[in-house]
Ligand binder design. Structure first.
Ligand SMILES: Cc1cc2nc3c(=O)[nH]c(=O)nc-3n(C[C@H](O)[C@H](O)[C@H](O)COP(=O)(O)O)c2cc1C
Length: 321
């Protein structure tokens, strides 16, 4: 037989589980304590209340360490977390720790700490605090907000989750052949814009290093496989439209970028060091960009791109992809 206390615990567990079937985003609410120190908690109880005036709410456990700070400060900021911010969510869900150590933040419009990264931000003046059982319901008037185009972190059934749009939901046609237009939903246009933008830091670095894109590609091919003859290099780069001819290779030898051996071309010391400098810029940019995505998103994106490359295999030269 279970006693009333057990019943209660079981009932609470079932209640909690039933509430968990309501999928939410995840936020971090921040404010300052009396000493001016930053305070923050992870909260999934965030919701909209009113458009005019603009009001939002979230509820804070009465026994939380941060409660006195939120109760007296008169302001708070709510950060809607991006899919890649699970670690930050966990950090701010640990009671009382120095949650801000090593976290980048600045003072917001009303004084609340504003984290550097978020999917959306709502800076609020505290308007009401309502009793809500073992929680306090905080209602804030939004004085400033910002939404960034990032996939959100979700919470459902007691676990983190990710947003996956349902197929067929696209409102716009990606290509309008009748009028000769395409929208920003056209996959090829997206790939080419993404390529243009992601290669920009490298292109800038190449200009600084006095290398052309063709030079860079030759250096990249030889960094993977050398020595190679002129024809082999050209074959590996034929799909790029930037295959070097004999005179381009001779210029690279002249500049110390390549060395000519009996069995083909190899990287010269100058070529190797400039190639590594340019490569480092691309790698650093990729690492910064990757911070904005979850592991699952990155794996999915790479999978799609690899499949596109495989499916468009026809005009492949067999190497140098
Ligand atoms: C996904 C998630 C959602 C949460 N939502 C809330 C919430 O809405 N309100 C709340 O008071 N605590 C919530 N918590 C728990 C607090 O983040 C946690 O109790 C935190 O340690 C409180 O910090 P403090 O005691 O330092 O103030 C949530 C935790 C997680 C992981």
């Amino acid at each position: 037989m279970t006693g009333p206390m057990d019943d209660n615990t079981q009932a609470q567990r079932a209640f909690r589980a039933a509430l968990g079937s309501f999928a939410t985003g995840v936020t971090i609410a921040t404010t300052l304590d009396k000493a001016g120190e930053p305070v923050g908690v992870t909260a999934s109880s965030f919701n909209s209340v009113s458009l005019d005036p603009p009001l939002v709410l979230w509820s804070l456990a009465k026994d939380s360490f941060s409660r006195p700070a939120f109760a007296q400060s008169g302001h708070f900021a709510v950060h809607v977390l991006a899919a890649s911010q699970e670690d930050l969510s966990n950090r701010f869900a640990r009671s009382g720790e120095d949650k801000f150590a090593g976290v980048e933040w600045s003072e917001g419009r009303l004084g609340s700490p504003v984290l550097a990264r978020y999917a959306a931000l709502f800076e609020c003046r505290t308007r009401h605090q309502y009793e809500g059982g073992d929680h306090i319901i905080m209602v804030g008037e939004v004085v400033d907000f910002e939404a960034r185009d990032e996939a959100p972190l979700l919470f459902h059934g007691g676990r983190y989750a990710e947003h996956r749009p349902r197929p067929g939901g696209e409102a716009r046609a990606s290509v309008d052949l009748e009028h000769g237009r395409f929208s920003d939903d056209f996959l090829f246009q997206l790939i080419s814009r993404a390529h243009y933008r992601t290669s920009r830091p490298t292109r800038r670095k190449l200009a600084e290093l006095d290398l052309t894109m063709s030079d860079y590609m030759v250096l990249a091919v030889l960094s993977m496989d050398a020595p190679l003859g002129g024809e082999a290099i050209a074959a590996r780069l034929s799909h790029t439209g930037r295959a070097p001819d004999a005179s381009a290779l001779a210029d690279m030898v002249e500049a110390g970028l390549l060395v000519r051996r009996d069995d083909g071309y190899d990287l010269g010391d100058e070529g190797r060091s400039r190639f590594l400098e340019a490569l480092a810029v691309g790698k650093a940019f990729e690492a910064d960009l990757a911070d904005h995505f979850s592991e699952a998103e990155l794996a999915a994106a790479k999978g799609v791109l690899r499949r596109i490359i495989d499916l468009t295999d026809d005009d492949r030269t067999g190497a140098g992809r």
